[in-house]
Design a binder for this molecule. Structure first.
Ligand code: NAD
Length: 290
């Protein structure tokens, strides 16, 4: 396939490299990032998109997605697919999808889980919103870039799935970290805490697969001085998107809101930026009850 790829940052570059390595003809554009090996450079997003069967976008946020889509959609081939893998607000995803349909382009919103490691290894999970025919036609690309693609319904539902998942993840990470900090002060050693919780009803992905306590459980960013992994500021971005979505449909999310507030404080007032989101544990360790 002829693929246009716009946004070749930490995630986009390895995804584009994997598509090129699988034999696709990939033409890329980024305003700042260098062109990865195997990707043919274009001079603009429009040039990368023109004549492509599928255009993948992997951009920082909804405003940039709207602006890039405004440029590329009118120039894309009729019947081509716009596959947006960025994490953006549901409203932007749906607005861009309507714009695509009006231009005769088939939209898919397909945010990912798995981080830079998953992008490099081709083991991402895609959560996809859009029509069946577009999902089936994009499936070969999901199979190259990822290990799983779940079709979640119409446009915007991929983003809805992503933000609901990450709202659970953020709140669960905080709960796991505060429980470890409490256990410390109660004199319970971390290995015993892990052994009990990971096999009891408090278990979770954050405890069992991504334990925030160094030296306990499987190797995780905690064992690498809390280098990300999944950075606290990216978690904050997703928790803010979840709150925006919750406000738009008047849905109560008290835990999600508290998680957003704690990550905002951590990132913006406590040097949490650039640390893995599991660095909430050393944050709790250092504090008193209030
Ligand atoms: P990044 O900042 O490394 O990459 C984004 C790229 O977009 C940059 O290279 C930037 O120069 C480029 N860009 C910005 N405006 C542009 C424009 N107008 N035209 C062309 N290129 C433009 O970010 P990333 O970590 O690759 O994340 C990309 C998306 O994936 C984000 O929406 C993020 O939330 C999501 N995501 C990231 C991770 C992760 O672990 N990094 C995990 C899951 C999802």
């Amino acid at each position: 396939m002829k693929i246009g790829f716009v946004g070749l940052g930490n995630m986009g570059a390895p995804m584009a490299v994997n598509l090129a390595a699988a034999g696709h003809d990939v033409v890329g554009f980024d305003v700042a990032a260098p062109m990865p090996a195997g990707v043919e450079p274009a001079e603009s997003a429009t040039q990368a998109a023109t004549g492509a069967d599928i255009v993948v976008t992997m951009l920082p946020d909804g405003d940039i997605l709207r602006s890039v889509s405004g440029e590329i959609l009118p120039k894309m081939k009729k019947g081509a697919i716009h596959l947006d893998c960025s994490t953006v607000d549901v409203e932007s995803a749906r607005a861009v999808a309507s714009q695509a349909e009006a231009a005769g382009v088939r939209p898919l919103d397909a945010p990912v889980s798995g981080g830079v490691g998953g992008a490099e290894a081709g083991t991402l999970t895609f959560m996809v919103g859009g029509k069946d025919d577009a999902f089936s036609d994009a499936k070969p690309l999901f199979d190259i870039m990822g290990q799983k693609a779940v079709h979640c319904g119409p446009s915007g539902n991929g983003q809805a799935a992503k933000l609901c998942n990450n709202m659970i993840l953020g709140a669960t990470m905080i709960a796991t970290c505060e429980a470890f900090a409490l256990a410390d002060r109660l004199g319970l050693d971390r290995k015993s805490m892990f052994d009990v919780v990971s096999t009891s009803s408090g278990y979770s992905w954050t405890m069992n697969a991504y334990c925030p306590a160094p030296g306990v459980g499987p190797v995780s960013p905690a064992d690498n001085d809390y280098k990300p992994g999944f950075a606290a500021e990216l978690m904050l971005k997703d928790l803010r998107l979840a709150q925006k979505a919750a406000r738009s449909v008047d849905s109560p999310t008290p835990m999600g809101r508290k998680a957003r507030d704690l990550y905002a404080q951590f990132v913006e007032a406590e040097n949490g930026r650039g640390k893995d989101f599991s660095a909430m544990l050393p944050r709790f360790e250092k504090r008193g009850r209030w």
